[in-house]
Every structure is written in structure tokens, then in C-alpha cells.
Design a protein. Structure first.
Length: 212
């Protein structure tokens, strides 16, 4: 349809939209929604497959915010400790060194106070086949956090050489000092719980990678 505006001729063109085009767009949108839904469902199924054992505690589900912060600091500290061990000719750093390096959660700062003023203890255990270090943290204020025991182990018999195993962190709501043994079976019998992190994006990525 044409018309005149002043001295100009204006041509009006009707929008062209057939039913097939509308159907195509609708199918495309539906496909995207279904694909996204399947992805979310698959992700949930992967996370649900990993159940916490009776002798384990899910960090993100069962610990309070103070304890989650301590656990996170210990994970970062384990990387630092392993690096120091390698740099210092296979020597595990003691508590004074960790404080000197400013490595949480061993530094007695404001965060340390807010999380129960944990007192840390340290010992090593070297044998023909392994070299391990233990860091035990006992809170001064047990209402804010429980006790933590981090174990970092180097397998001297590994075919890959001096390989440091992933660190293990144990947790107990009440603790007054070193357990008589730091073996897995003994810790479990004394109601220590191994901390696992089956929630959170980083843990999901790790678990997904292991399943492929």
C-alpha cells in the first residue's frame, strides 16, 4: 500500500511471517529448553550418586561456617606445605615456619580468633616406606569449631618416585589431644570423621572428571 506525505511517496510493506516460520522458532526454543533441562537433571544425578559413608562428614552440609573456613584454609595450606617439603629437601615445615610464612589457619589473626582460637600441634612419622606429617588443631572455644587433624603422606615406594598423596582431613566435635594412633581404622573407631566435599562447583568438576 502506498500513500503520500507532503511531496514524498511512502510505501508500506506488510510484515511477512508464515506459520512454518513460527513453528520453526517454537521448535528451536523448545529444543533449547529440553537440552538445558536434561543437563541440569544429569548434573543432579551425578551428585546424587556420591553418598557420604558413615565414617565421613560432608563439609558443606554438616559443618558450620567457621569449620568450613578452616577446612578451606587447610586445603590451601596442604599445597603450600607440600611445596615447602619439596623445596626444603624433603623436610616437613613445623608450626613456627607456617606462622612465619603467614599460612592460614595457623596464623593467630582475627579470623583465627573468630573460629575458636584453635591451638595447633605438629608431629612427623617417617618409616622405610613412607614419610608423613600430622597437624592437629584443638579449639579453645569448642562452641565455634571442632577439632581437625590433617595428614599429608609421601609414599616412598611409589613407582612415580617421591609422590605426595592427597591430604586427608579428619574432624571430631570434641578432642583434648593426640589420638593414640593416626591410622584410619583407629580414628574411625574413636569417632573421628573424614571430611569430604561432595558439594560445590569445584568438587562437582572433580567428580565429573573422575567419572569420565
Amino acid at each position: 500500500m502506498a500513500g503520500r506525505v507532503g511531496n514524498k511517496t511512502v510505501q508500506l510493506v506488510s510484515a511477512y511471517c508464515t506459520r512454518s516460520e513460527v513453528t520453526g522458532v517454537s521448535v528451536t526454543v523448545l529444543f533449547i529448553l529440553v537440552f538445558w533441562g536434561l543437563g541440569v537433571y544429569g548434573r543432579a544425578r551425578i551428585e546424587d550418586e556420591f553418598e557420604v559413608e558413615s565414617w565421613q562428614v560432608d563439609v558443606f552440609a554438616e559443618l558450620n561456617s567457621n569449620e568450613q573456613g578452616i577446612y578451606t584454609d587447610l586445603q590451601i595450606a596442604a599445597e603450600e606445605i607440600s611445596q615447602i617439603y619439596s623445596d626444603e629437601n624433603n623436610y616437613w615445615p613445623n608450626l613456627s615456619q607456617l606462622v612465619e610464612y603467614g599460612i592460614p589457619p595457623f596464623v593467630q589473626d582475627i579470623s583465627w580468633q573468630e573460629r575458636g582460637s584453635i591451638e595447633w600441634y605438629y608431629k612427623t612419622d617417617r618409616s622405610e616406606n613412607s614419610d608423613a606429617v600430622y597437624y592437629l588443631g584443638v579449639p579453645t572455644d569448642a562452641s565455634k569449631a571442632g577439632a581437625f587433624l590433617m595428614i599429608i603422606h609421601r609414599d616412598l615406594t611409589s613407582k612415580l618416585g617421591s609422590e605426595i598423596e592427597p591430604n586427608i582431613v579428619w574432624y571430631r566435635s570434641e578432642c583434648t589431644g593426640w589420638p593414640d594412633s593416626c591410622s584410619e581404622s583407629y580414628l574411625i573407631s574413636c569417632d573421628w570423621k573424614e571430611l569430604v566435599a561432595y558439594s560445590g562447583e569445584d568438587e562437582y568438576t572433580r567428580l565429573k572428571g573422575d567419572s569420565e
